[in-house]
Design a protein around this ligand. Structure first.
Ligand code: 13P
Ligand code: SF4
Length: 303
């Protein structure tokens, strides 16, 4: 038996003893995705966290995702194998900078991308992910909406919802902005038949050059249903693993530079350790959890 298989077997045993479930984001290392009970994008993971009847959730992703799982499942124990796995974009906004951003627009509701801390969600009105951001903004009963913190996603939503004025907070994902239009154009030149998929966190030039703009879960669905044989994957490289596993007859070209180091911090030994010792517990103080939960639940209620 390989070391990885032995580790996976030990994790399976502990998982059963603890009545635990393992949730993994689509960017996680292949061995973590293989181990997970559920893999998906931010929205799918939130829905799964809310629905599971396990006692323990082991969240393999970044901090805001585990925190969102805790908000939706307050009675469950939520563990992170490596609590230092954060999202630099989520850290670009604080409750103080949000308050300053709100000041000139006291009446405008705040739509917070799920890539935010619980404190920022607590000061916002409704949450969204990249797969439902358009629907969430459309659902808000206001002509002017504040969108935090990803200016690229917000700009893309503005293009889809021209009737509302969206005020953008100046945040970005350091991984998706490294996907340069020239790199996509070069791949397209080498593989003219390939369909270009881009995440809405990409810059406008990349989004405009894409055949489809979608969340990671949206790209998985699109590639599954598409007649095309070749795809350029305009998001973090980790997504190529589930795409290739599900579509053995199709070819996926990744963008070399698009790597999120935080998403790669979770390893099998760390999963085993956290389940064995019950370490890396994620908690949210009640006074923040209450309003933050309402913000996330308003999104989940949209379906
Ligand atoms: P998805 O919700 O599309 O999986 O995106 C999560 C994320 O962190 C993108 O960088
Ligand atoms: Fe955050 Fe970007 Fe990494 Fe997603 S890919 S977790 S938005 S830094």
């Amino acid at each position: 038996m390989t070391d990885q298989a032995a580790l996976a077997e030990e994790i399976e045993q502990l998982k059963a003893e603890r009545n635990a479930v393992i949730l993994a984001h689509n960017y996680q290392l292949p061995e973590i995705q293989d181990l997970a009970d559920f893999r998906g994008d931010s929205l799918g993971l939130s829905q799964e966290a809310a629905a599971t009847d396990a006692d323990v959730i082991v969240f393999c992703g970044v901090h805001f995702m585990a925190q969102t799982a805790k908000l939706l499942s307050p009675k469950k124990t939520v563990l992170m194998p490596d609590t230092s796995a954060g999202c630099p974009m989520a850290d670009m906004i604080t409750p103080e900078s949000l308050a300053g951003f709100r000041e000139p627009y006291p009446e405008a509701p705040v739509v917070a991308y799920v890539n935010t801390t619980a404190e920022v969600k607590a000061g916002s009105d409704i949450c969204c992910t990249s797969s439902n951001a358009v629907r969430v903004v459309e659902s808000v009963d206001a002509d002017t909406v504040l969108f935090v913190p990803d200016a690229n996603l917000g700009e893309w939503v503005q293009e889809q919802v021209p009737d509302k004025q969206i005020i953008l907070y100046p945040g970005h994902c350091h991984v998706h902005v490294t996907i340069r239009p020239e790199a996509v154009a070069q791949l397209k030149q080498e593989h003219p038949e390939a369909v270009v998929m881009a995440h809405p966190e990409c810059v406008k030039e990349v989004r405009d050059s894409a055949d489809v703009v979608a969340s990671t879960g949206g790209m998985v669905r699109f590639a599954r249903e598409s007649e095309a044989r070749e795809f350029i994957v305009g998001t973090e490289r980790g997504l190529c693993y589930p795409l290739r596993r599900e579509n053995p007859g199709k070819v996926f070209y990744e963008i070399e530079a698009a790597l999120c180091p935080n998403m790669k911090k979770t390893t099998l030994p760390k999963v085993l350790h956290c389940l064995r010792e019950m370490t890396g517990e994620i908690t949210v103080p009640a006074e923040i959890a209450e309003p933050a939960r309402r913000t996330v639940e308003r999104m989940v209620a949209l379906g």
